[in-house]
Write a protein that binds this ligand. Structure first.
Ligand code: NAP
Length: 256
């Protein structure tokens, strides 16, 4: 895939993975529609993307607002003619006591942003992609969606749901010119993981992770999971019987 002149709709663009991806894609000549809630950050990022060689527009929108997400996508299409790639990246870790205590509103917030926010973004772009018989949907899911993790019920559920949602959509669009790429990273140093004191196995630097995201998108991979060491552990854990999984995973302390 050639990035130059590709029109990319990127949610969660204002920090962390989204911000770094935006800058990397701009450097390759892509045209970007940057979406997140913090307008000042988006404005600065759009300017940096243009200085870096790309084109960029931005939308200060909450992904849980389906209508506003659809309007942002429409604006991007009106300006640049089409959307080639959606990167559904907006998300929160829900790493707080309300979520861990299963406060229903706190859990709903994680699921609304991480899962339903991605659904809103897909709904905003897919009809036009199907009409053009061309496009790519990219989910930034997580290795946390493979099996339930301790103190992570909301986050694991949101990412398991996201993976399943995009995989189901892939089955429905596979013969219609639209590719679906599900990316499942482990721990990456970003504002999302920065407050944690616990050990995060195989924690990656953002600069080491970005080429892996770009490669998965360029090659239109169906799945990409990294770092490979943690992905291997998680894949093996997936086939553990429940008694063994509970004994081992119950001791993990990623969220403390
Ligand atoms: N870092 C990791 O270790 C890791 C591992 C696996 C998967 N992931 C996933 O990667 C994605 C990006 O995470 P990150 O690590 O880059 O975290 P981050 O730096 O906290 O970035 C999260 C982004 O999502 C946006 N966002 C959050 N809620 C939103 C909402 N309601 N509407 C619109 N945008 C919203 C934030 O922007 P605003 O606050 O400005 O809205 C921000 O741009 C997330 O989906 C996360 O689950 C991260």
């Amino acid at each position: 895939m050639e990035w130059k002149n590709k029109v990319i709709f990127l949610t969660g663009a204002s920090s962390g993975i989204g911000e770094a991806l935006a800058l990397a894609m701009a450097k390759r000549g892509a045209t970007l529609g940057l979406l997140a809630r913090r307008e000042e950050l988006l404005k600065e990022l759009a300017a940096k993307c243009e200085q870096g060689g790309g084109k960029a527009g931005y939308y200060a929108v909450d992904v849980t607002d389906a209508k506003a997400v659809a309007e942002a996508a429409e604006e991007l299409r009106n300006e640049f003619g089409r959307i080639d790639v959606l990167i559904a990246n907006a998300g929160i870790g829900g790493n707080n006591s309300e979520t861990q205590n299963l406060n229903p509103e706190a859990v709903a917030e994680v699921i609304n942003i991480n899962l339903l926010g991605a659904v809103n973004a897909v709904s905003a772009v897919l009809p036009q992609m199907l009409e053009n018989k061309s496009g790519q949907l990219v989910a930034i899911s997580s290795l946390a969606g493979f099996r339930g993790l301790p103190k992570s019920a909301a986050y694991s559920a949101s990412k398991a749901g996201m993976t399943a949602f995009f995989e189901s959509v892939r089955l429905d669009v596979q013969d219609k010119g639209v590719a679906v790429t599900i990316i499942q990273p482990g721990f990456i140093k970003t504002p999302l993981t920065s407050g944690r004191k616990s050990k995060m196995p195989f924690l990656m630097e953002l600069e080491d992770a970005i080429p892996l995201f770009l490669d998965a998108i360029e090659r239109r991979k169906k799945f990409a999971a990294f770092p490979w060491q943690l992905a291997a552990v998680v894949r093996v854990a997936r086939i553990f019987p429940a008694w063994l999984y509970d004994r081992i995973a119950g001791r993990a302390k990623f969220r403390e």
